[in-house]
Design a protein around this ligand. Sequence first.
Ligand SMILES: [Zn+2]
Length: 153
Amino acid sequence: MRARVYSLGMTTYWRVQDASKDPQQLLDPATWQSRVWSGVAMITCPDCKGYQTDDPCYTCRDRGQIEDVRYGVSACRTLEDLYRYFGRRMGPDTITAEYLEDCVLIEMEADVAEDDDHDADEGLSILVWPRRIVSVRPFGPEDIPAEYIEEQW
Ligand SMILES: [Zn+2]
């Protein structure tokens, strides 16, 4: 009989967030609301299809659009992806370095969410549903290796 190897642990993913937020909150599905990095992304209201009916729409309150909030938590598959993700945003005119001043790096077991991340087209971040926090450690702009920081501005 051939021996089979079962994978007992789930895949782990990496995320950086504000140190003042309790990482355990990530396990609460009520908090799985992913928004864009800065500003507000809007999508056409799925109920009235963009204010094209005479009936009042309670989903968008007749605005025709709703904020594009997706069900999941942004994360990276590998540390390398995470370094690259933030490295691309470290130019002089960005808020990224400032944002990273008081953050933690979280490793968590998670399932991949059904929605794509807002930044999914870059291929570096995905949406996940966290199941268990594996580790939490301080993280700052100095923790991103220099070779990942892209000078594009
Ligand atoms: Zn609507």
